[in-house]
Design a protein around this ligand. Sequence first.
Ligand code: B12
Ligand code: SF4
Ligand code: SF4
Length: 238
Amino acid sequence: MTHPPEELKEQISRHEMEELGFALIGVVKSETFRLHPPVVGSFGREAVFPHPDEVFPQCRSVIVVAMKTRDDIYDTILYRERLFAGVYDEIIHHRLYKLCHFVEDLGFGARLGEKISYKRAAVLAGIGHVGKNTLITRTDVGSNIRLGVVLTDADLPADESNDPFAKTVCGSCQRCIEACPAGAVTPYSVDFSVCAIPKLFDASDEQAREWARGLHKHVSTEAVIECNLCQKACPYNQ
Ligand code: B12
Ligand code: SF4
Ligand code: SF4
């Protein structure tokens, strides 16, 4: 069965929105990632996020989706020492697997894009721009969105942004910088070694861990709602 690209994209978009509950969808060609240097640095380590074709060599299109998450409950993480699972991660992965199956049922290859930098994919696919807190922010829905990526060998029409790295959303606002109790946010950068979230899991530094515990809302002894004060402060999220 052959599908004209526009019709195929329309079919996938309708499924994403109506069946899977994603609010935003964008597509970027795999080759567009090669026009920009790879993103270096993940979880405080010197790691390089791969290009999509390094994860899935047949990849032609990268589908970026966003789920609205206005409720703090999405930020809940269940943890035990260094093992942890996030509520929104589970929800979004479940939906992304369903999206992969849908694309496969249409006769194309599909893979989860969890190794790709989501924020890089989102700016390239025109989902939004990076704010000073480094989160993907839109003037209509703010940054209360969670992202997910699916790689496919289907050749889909792109929604690529003309100016993906533009600093257009913040102006002179500094609220996220002022709101961070750890002082981790500087314009367009977050210091991972200072942010409270990783410290919660660092059993080797009991003092830092205790301090971080105070910034997270404890639901039980093994469940917390992660800090998101730099996100909450954003006027676009009010
Ligand atoms: C590691 C990680 C963290 C780390 C490090 C965060 C960081 N700033 O890098 C910590 C623990 C601190 C963290 C915290 C949070 N995180 Co986090 N995190 C991730 C994760 C798993 C990888 C990101 C990473 O390694 N970054 C390293 C840097 C080098 O690369 P990058 O951030 O991906 O992309 C860079 C380039 O794209 C480039 N860039 C692109 N466009 C532009 C434009 C300009 C102007 C500039 C200067 C740069 C630039 O700069 C980007 C930012 O540095 C992603 C999921 C994923 N797979 O991508 C979620 C993710 C980024 N986190 C997310 C969220 C929501 C949070 C929190 C609010 C926690 C919470 N309550 O859930 C806080 C917010 C803190 C903050 N202000 O960033 C969301 C962001 C959604 C959004 N709207 O953007 C993601 C995408 C998860 C998801 N599934 O949606 N996170
Ligand atoms: S998540 Fe909390 S500690 Fe981390 S950068 Fe944002 S406000 Fe600061
Ligand atoms: S709080 Fe202000 S500076 Fe920070 S991301 Fe939102 S608009 Fe930009």
